[in-house]
Design a protein around this ligand. Structure first.
Ligand code: ATP
Ligand code: MG
Length: 267
């Protein structure tokens, strides 16, 4: 699957080490559940089939116990409430990147540059792995969800209570000073992440969850390392987004000064 979009039947038979009729029987059952799809070139795992493989692996590892309702439906992923084996509530995020990944400005090209064939499946898996690794580096120093497990295109992370900033009117319960305080706290997290070596790259009111007291920055798969050739561009854009959001609450800040503040090295 890694190198083919469609896997020919004879290759599946060879890999499965089973008679062709047994392989066909299984493939037919899988396609009834829509776990595989068929074309004239062969077979491919469907998105649902890949989901099932990841869920199965996470259950077998003794991590996942139950899946609940869908949380947000992001443009590129599906997020579910889940229950872990230790009875903790968490979230399961499936990374789902189709052809859209190149138009959304998320930077997969960088780490895919040397791959010849790129299937959605492989891109999604890389993206999940990447988000998981970045969360591991940032957590708990930066306010990000706790990374718990990763398999294929799925990651399990700590559940963050609250709402996206986008959906809240801060002025309903915070004074102008408290809103400014929140602004600075967010900038401090951006600075901490920068110091550890990452720029979020898609920071905005959509990816900050706030619960009335504290906040968490989510959605890290597209983060770029600070040594990235376009790091300055992405950091500037992140700052601009935060500044723009707070401007409507009359918290007016200078992007260039914030940029300097975040990137200055002081030990
Ligand atoms: N750890 C979490 N705890 C609680 N809710 C979460 C968590 N992670 C994601 N969500 C919810 O799911 C939504 C989508 O998640 P996220 O932003 O990580 O994914 P995305 O698919 O990249 O979406 P986007 O379209 O914003 O790029 C979030 O906006 C949020 O509502
Ligand atoms: Mg998001």
């Amino acid at each position: 699957m890694r190198y083919h979009e469609w896997v020919p039947l004879d290759e599946i038979v060879r890999k499965a080490k089973m008679p062709e009729k047994d392989v066909l029987y299984r493939l037919n059952r899988l396609s009834k559940f829509e776990f595989v799809v068929r074309s004239t070139y062969g077979y491919a795992v469907s998105m649902g089939g890949y989901d099932a493989l990841a869920i199965n692996a996470l259950v077998k590892k003794g991590i996942l116990k139950a899946i609940g309702n869908k949380l947000g439906v992001g443009k590129e992923g599906d997020v579910y409430n889940v229950l872990l084996n230790d009875d903790r509530v968490a979230v399961l995020k499936f990374h789902k990147h189709g052809r859209t990944c190149f138009t959304r400005g998320k930077r997969y090209r960088d780490y895919l540059a040397d791959k010849h064939h790129i299937s959605w499946l492989y891109v999604s898996r890389l993206s999940a792995e990447r988000e998981f690794n970045i969360l591991n580096e940032l957590y708990p120093l930066v306010k990000v969800p706790e990374p718990i497990a990763w398999n294929r295109h799925a990651i399990i992370m700590g559940k963050v209570e609250g709402e996206e900033l986008k959906r809240i009117d801060l002025s309903e319960f915070l004074s102008r000073e408290e809103i400014e305080e929140l602004f600075w706290k967010i900038i401090e997290e951006v600075k901490k992440a920068y110091k550890i070596g990452y720029i979020h790259g898609d920071l905005s009111e959509f990816n900050i969850i706030y619960n009335g007291e504290d906040f968490v920055i989510i959605d890290w798969p597209q983060a770029v390392p600070t040594y990235h050739p376009e790091a300055r561009f992405y950091l500037k854009r992140d700052i601009e987004n935060v500044v723009r959001y707070f401007k409507k609450y009359k918290v007016e800040k200078d992007v260039d000064e914030l940029f300097k503040y975040i990137t200055e090295v002081k030990d």
